[in-house]
Design a protein around this ligand. Structure first.
Ligand code: EPU
Length: 420
């Protein structure tokens, strides 16, 4: 296992290029199960999570060729319907093969994804959605088993106690594209990753209206064909880079970033005094000398993303003054508080709120990455801190950030990878 060793302090200079979106790639790869034709997926990031999905597709009978900048997915024989525990348990995103397998084969047996360090992550909305389309659902031996002779379009409300669900919307959309008749998803997720998935399905011949809105209407078609598709840039990686730039008071340029996908973060950063210039797919960060604290509450898109909560907390931890961060999507996603505190942060948790009293300087320390976004927060804190930080268990980081250490070294960061 590797660890990252960061020597904090030096200011950063230059450009960071954003990779393709992980959370768009995963359901789009799953959607290739809906056709026997060849699909070409471009700009998919080279990550541990995308490789897990590639392995899962292969285990289901797909052929996946990995090119320099594209994945080519084809079928040689029959697709099988069982998604094994070993692959699904390592990555919750794997659960989104349920919808396409059900839509294409009329049956699926997919392992329950299990617990997760960011809190409880149930699948009741996924089950509610496929039941509404006429599937029978059984949960047996840790697997969800769904069957339907013919899926039939229906209206289904997918808003849960914590708002809409990204992957439940993806699963129901992918099951509905081959169902008979019309399906309406109410309280659908509006995340750009769902829009990307809808665009891919449309490129395959699906009929979908309302992508990017809380009401998605799908008219089933008999068959889908192959498609050649480019994944959009990763808004969470772009957001992480913006926060990093501000934490380092470095006027970085972020390339291949979609400004419109980041409005909730831009708004909060402007509140702290930061200014931005945008130019097509470039965002230029203009940092003030003194930063003001800003509070934030996470919500489903277009609200502030829970996937940027930890990174924003690292920034507020080193911004003098008091701020409050509330996570309404994952109220227990606060494992990073203990690690940031080891670096001198002053953070108190009260339920789903974190109250942060920013300090002038964090100091380097050995810390443990607990999940993907918490790891990114520790990288930001480590780069801004005084002295040496060692981040252990960085495999979390490799799940979602493509070549992060190499990208940061190119703009002047002092980071090295060492064996544990
Ligand atoms: N929820 C339910 N029932 C369900 C499904 C979800 O109550 O059946 C709840 C969840 O417990 C949570 C809320 O609904 O409180 C939202 O969860 P959602 O289903 O939207 O999450 P997800 O689809 O499983 C995706 C991303 C996560 C990201 C969330 C929220 C992928 C592969 N994962 O997960 O990404 O945090 O949406 O935006 O797309 C990450 O990349 O680090 C990551 C965790």
């Amino acid at each position: 296992m590797d660890k990252l060793v960061i020597e904090g302090g030096p200011s950063l200079k230059g450009e960071l290029k954003v990779s393709g979106s992980k959370n768009a790639t995963l359901p789009i790869l799953a959607a290739t199960l809906l056709t026997d034709d060849v699909c070409v997926i471009r700009n998919s990031p080279k990550l541990r999570d995308t490789m897990t999905m590639v392995k899962l597709l292969r285990s289901l009978g797909k052929t996946v060729d990995i090119g320099k900048d594209e994945l080519i997915i084809s079928s040689k024989g029959d697709i099988q319907h069982i998604a094994d525990y070993k692959l699904v348990s390592t990555m919750r995103g794997s659960f989104c093969v349920l919808g396409p397998l059900l839509g294409k084969l009329g049956k699926a047996k997919v392992s329950l994804p299990g617990g997760c360090v960011i809190g409880l992550r149930p699948v009741d909305l996924h089950i509610k959605g496929v039941k509404a389309l006429g599937a029978t659902v059984e949960v047996e031996g840790g697997y969800v088993i769904v069957k339907a002779r013919h899926l039939k379009g229906n209206s289904v409300y997918l808003g849960g106690g914590f708002g809409s669900s990204v992957l439940a919307t993806a699963n129901v959309m992918m099951a509905a594209v081959l169902a008979r008749g019309e399906t309406t998803i109410e309280s659908a997720a509006c995340e750009p990753e769902i829009t990307d998935l809808a665009d891919f399905l449309i490129a395959m011949g699906a009929k979908i209206k309302g992508k990017g809105t809380p009401q998605i209407i799908i008219t089933g078609v008999k068959k889908l064909h192959g498609a050649d598709f480019k994944i959009s840039s990763d808004r969470i990686e772009a957001g992480t880079f913006l926060i990093l730039a501000v934490a380092m008071r470095s006027n970085l340029v972020i390339r291949e970033a979609n400004f419109n996908h980041l409005l909730s973060l831009i708004d909060r950063l402007e509140e702290t005094g930061v200014r931005f210039e945008k130019d097509y797919n470039l965002i230029k960060v203009k940092c003030p000398k003194i930063l003001k604290p800003a509070s934030v509450t996470t919500f489903p898109y277009p609200g502030f993303p829970t996937d940027l909560q930890a990174q924003f907390m690292a920034l507020m931890a080193l911004t003098p003054g008091v701020s409050v961060i509330t996570d309404k999507v994952y109220p227990d996603r606060f494992m990073h508080i203990a690690e940031l505190s080891r670096m001198g942060a002053n953070i108190r948790r009260e339920g789903s709120n974190a109250i942060i009293e920013g300090v002038k300087q964090l100091h380097g320390a050995p810390v443990m990455a607990s999940d993907l976004r918490a790891s990114a927060a520790l990288v930001i804190a480590g780069l801004a801190a005084k002295g040496k930080t060692e981040i252990h268990r960085i495999y979390h980081l490799e799940r979602g950030y493509e070549n992060l250490d190499e990208k940061l070294i190119q703009i002047g960061a002092k980071i090295s990878r060492e064996k544990e």
